[in-house]
Design a protein around this ligand. Sequence first.
Ligand SMILES: [Zn+2]
Length: 459
Amino acid sequence: METPTPLSALGSIQFPAIPDAQASLQLALQYQFEHSQWKSATEIETAQFNQLQILLKHAQQNVPYYTKLFEKHGIQIPERVDRVFFEKIPISNRKNYQDCGDDFSSKKMPEGHGQMAVGRTSGSTGQPLKFGRSSITQTIWRALSTRDHLWHGRDFTKKIGAIRLAPPDYAPAPAGVQGNNWGAGVDKVFASGPTAFLNASSPLEGQLEWLLREKPSYLLSFPSSLVALTRYAEQKGVELPEILELRCVGEKLSVEHRTYLKDKWRAKVTDIYSCEEMGYLALQCPKNEHYHIQSESVLLEIVDENGRACAPGTRGRVVITSLNNFVTPFIRYEIGDIAEYGAPCSCGRGLPVIQHIHGRTRNRLLLPNGENRMPRLGEFVIYKKYEDAGIRQLKCIQHSLEKVELQIVAARAFTEIEQKDLIDILLKNLGHTFEVELTFPTEILRNPNGKLEVFECRI
Ligand SMILES: [Zn+2]
């Protein structure tokens, strides 16, 4: 596909286009990405460590969590940071950040990072975290989203569809919600086609009706949702609409599911590796089914039990460092995924390769009438409402078609009225009246494959 012409903000000048300030910034990043991706792995890593030296100094001086951490471990930041030095920095996890509260935020910001916003992980891992981000981190996030479109040659004039999690009453099937452009990241930069959004917790019957009516050219969703919808269409003997590409996000895409989806839809299947704290971590190579780390934004390490880089093909823990979040710096932050590096890519890009990601897969909620749904848990609502209770972890377990258990790890106890309210929120989110048992363990353990799951179906 030809590179699309940017939108001009000046009606009187269309050639060459004069984009507005935000779009110009994003296009300037695109220009740099176009060059940086072809640099050698060593050149890219050197540029990353030079950037990290600035971030580490900032964190040491302005972020109490790192001031203390570096002091405790005798870490002196050298003029030139390299991998040997970097691997001496202790790895932190979500619990460390939850424990330190505001100490994880910068007391002072360097100039030019723009407006600060508060981000929250939705709790899809069961461990909510509040953090800050700047206009710059948002702009880089948007530029990477555009890079993904450009890499995969998507036609911006076509329709995109998305089936994702949303609050219970938002965009239910079969109506969903329509938009008239591809949204932030694209709308100011290129002319784009319509979008159709659907709540992933909708019953499959309604999802299929939505799909057959909307017929998007590109469909974005969780692999487990796409597989459930595909199986449902198969069962009902309904032919799937023609589509150009299925875009997977938010959980592990297994080799089996990729093959199944490609086969049934006769469409390209791509995957995106991201996390809520940092956005895009790795995007699928335009030429291969593995992933390229988005090194202009994140230093992603796959490490062994000693915190050292694993060899390609060896499974290790994913540890990430944002190069541009100076509000709440994430430095050597373990996100709980397991992955493997791959060999350098045949496409020629120097961006490091991830061969496999052994991330999370979601369980579906089973209903007594035989339906199954993607459950949406206390995401957003519970956490905001009960923030003062310091909810640290949360998990819902379906024990039978009638009974679910809600486990909550919190800093304080809940009154009887609050407990009733928590149950009501859960039932509203699940969309069915189950018998609910509330339990308050001191800790929620990872499942046998090492993942923290917010919802587990034990039927
Ligand atoms: Zn490649």
